[in-house]
Design a protein around this ligand. Structure first.
Ligand code: GDP
Ligand code: MG
Length: 352
């Protein structure tokens, strides 16, 4: 895998990395080729652009992203709100390149961190070519889905809807479940409003992010919705997540998977030092918690919990970065870090 180092972690600006072959083609005079203006041949039919993955927490956005690019680029967990940073994953097929933006789940904000998450998700909608609204298709459409549909109703780009978790759906129920989402989009049945809104004809795609069922057709549909364009990234790139953020996310994933209620929502990870000393990469990282009691849980009896978390994270890092990793983890109590805007900025969460 190649993770492209990207110093501008928070910047909304994407600097496309030119593909030499593509540059040559463009310099050859085809640069104004728009839809229908292309000059023929495979490269001229190529499409590329940005897809925002939007959805409530826990519907499977990160799982889908990993499934689509075939590698672990986003962390997933049964705990809602594990995705904090906007993540670009890159999917290249013979005919298209999709840059997928994972967003934090949209929900009603509870505190400062929650507001930031919602802002990032909303901000993402503004600068993409297609929105992919992901819903938990194993459940009938509900109010939470309605909230997001209203948010997206006036967005200017095409919206596709993936009915995820199709593997959990009893085939006998599938039609009724899909119908509930059509009712939602068309403002009928349970979703009828006093002042009728124009029906939305967004295509529905049943998929399983977990097993991969339906994802090929989804990719075809999304690719067809992209504007014609060149590669924005090298064809073998899968993510432009800065390595250190990815490391922090892998550690946080282990914390989430080994601890319960008390800890997850108030944990952050900072990568303090990365030293490439020959054959292996040494990483010093600190897990930040809000209370001393949480520090106790994370360290565990005789340091056992921290060792388990560290071992799990090291294993994931070695897979992702394809080489031996030495990981040293510390735990630090920073009271109220969630409410401190300065601290959030320092940890790399987008402020605007
Ligand atoms: P996110 O908050 O939307 O990014 O959701 P995640 O990708 O973290 O997934 C939340 C939970 O749903 C995890 O436990 C996933 O394993 C699970 N999940 C995601 N997609 C599927 C799916 O297609 N089928 C099933 N059965 N579970 C899924
Ligand atoms: Mg996620």
């Amino acid at each position: 895998m190649s993770v492209i180092p990207h110093s501008d972690a928070e910047g909304g600006q994407l600097l496309p990395i030119p593909d030499p072959a593509e540059s040559a083609r463009l310099l050859g005079g085809a640069d104004s080729a728009g839809p229908g203006g292309a000059t023929g041949g495979a490269a001229a039919d190529f499409r590329s652009g940005f897809v925002a993955l939007i959805g409530r927490p826990n519907v499977g956005k990160s799982t889908l992203l990993n499934q689509l690019v075939g590698q672990k680029v986003a962390i997933t967990s049964p705990v809602a709100q594990t995705t904090r940073n906007r993540l670009r994953a890159i999917l290249t097929t013979p005919s298209a390149q999709l840059v997928l933006l994972d967003t934090p789940g949209i929900h009603k904000p509870h505190h400062l961190l929650g507001e930031r998450l919602v802002k990032t998700a909303r901000g993402t909608i503004g600068d993409v070519d297609v929105v992919l609204l992901l819903v938990d298709g194993s459940q009938p459409a509900g109010r939470g889905d309605g909230y997001i549909v209203e948010l997206l109703r006036h967005c200017r780009v095409p919206v596709h809807v993936a009915l995820n978790k199709h593997d959990l759906v009893d085939p006998a129920e599938a039609e009724a479940l899909a119908a509930s989402y059509r009712e939602l989009l068309e403002g009928r049945g349970d979703f009828a409003t006093p002042t009728p809104q124009p029906p939305l004809g967004w295509p529905l795609h049943p998929v399983s992010a977990l097993t991969g069922t339906g994802t090929e057709r989804l990719v075809q549909a999304l690719s067809a919705a992209m504007p014609p364009g060149p590669h924005l990234y090298p064809p073998d790139a899968v993510s432009d997540q800065p390595e250190q953020l990815l490391m922090a996310e892998l550690i946080r994933e282990q914390v989430l998977s080994h601890t319960r209620e008390e800890v997850p929502h108030s944990v952050a990870v900072s990568i303090d030092r990365v030293v490439d000393d020959g054959p292996r990469t040494a990483v010093l990282a600190t897990v930040l918690v809000e209370r001393a009691s949480q520090k106790g849980i994370l360290i565990g009896k005789g340091g056992r919990m921290l060792r388990t978390i560290g071992a799990g994270a090291r294993l994931q890092m070695e897979k992702v970065f394809s080489g031996p990793v030495y990981l040293e983890l510390f735990v630090k109590v920073v009271p109220g870090w969630r409410r401190s805007a300065a601290r959030l900025a320092e940890l790399g969460y987008r402020g605007d």
